[in-house]
Design a protein. Structure first.
Length: 244
């Protein structure tokens, strides 16, 4: 075996942008709180990584061989067998995603999409989603911690640096397992779409009202406690009974 290209550029970019976006959103929301003047940017980060996940889902069906969901759609038995191999030694070696990382990937994709959906519903005034959104955030934090711990354990037990592979895209494998191209043109298109979306969210942000407008869709979302909002995020009504 020798180092061969396994991970295409869009997959690697997705991985690191999702990590950066989630960390930024989590720090603003969980550490600084919704009273922070930076809180609206938590929502902007969330909406951006929401589109990021949508793009990754599409790439999971049309991307290169190791990026496709079909290449790491493992059943429960494979996951159990992999975990036994990591903990006790031995077991099969995987060129692409292993069953442990596959579980983390599918869980994180679903959780980020759910958080984006509930965040949009909150921005449209559905306060019943607030607790659901917070629970999803903490569950996601838990999966991230488990994923990082799993990568570290894999590195210790299997002597394989998965993190480095997600940077340069190469792993020790047979030449037949390699992909033919890193798909740089797709990566550029990916970044243009995502960058345009993020720029639109920031450009549409109204600091006074604490709102932004979704690019293309034109939907206005409340991101914080702007003018005319009370502490629970509900619209305040002016007292019209003064004359009574």
């Amino acid at each position: 075996m020798k180092p061969v290209l396994i991970w295409d550029l869009p997959t690697r970019i997705f991985h690191w942008l999702l990590a950066a976006g989630f960390i930024a959103a989590a720090v603003i929301s969980l550490a600084l709180g919704d009273d922070s003047p930076l809180f609206p940017y938590h929502a902007i980060c969330g909406l951006t990584i929401g589109l990021l996940v949508v793009i990754r889902v599409i790439w999971g069906f049309v991307g290169t061989r190791h990026a496709r969901f079909g290449s790491f759609a493992f059943g429960p038995a494979a996951v159990v067998e992999y975990m036994k191999g990591v903990l006790l030694g031995g077991g099969r070696r995987y060129t692409g995603h292993n069953p442990g990382s596959a579980v983390a990937i599918f869980a994180l994709l679903a959780l980020v999409l759910a958080m984006a959906a509930t965040g949009i519903m909150l921005g449209q005034g559905d306060e019943s989603m607030k607790d659901v959104h917070e629970v999803l955030a903490w569950v996601t934090v838990g999966f991230v911690v488990l994923h990082v711990a799993g990568v570290a354990l894999h590195a210790i037990r299997r002597h394989e640096n998965l993190t480095a592979g997600m940077i340069h895209g190469k792993k020790l494998a047979e030449p037949t397992e390699a992909i033919s191209s890193a798909r740089p043109a797709v990566a550029v298109l990916f970044l243009v779409i995502l960058g345009g979306w993020a720029f639109g969210l920031v450009r549409g942000f109204n600091a006074t009202a604490q709102t932004t407008t979704l690019p293309i869709f034109g939907t206005v979302l409340q991101l914080g406690e702007g003018e005319g909002r009370d502490g629970d995020g509900r619209e305040q009504r002016r007292d019209r009974d003064d004359d009574d």
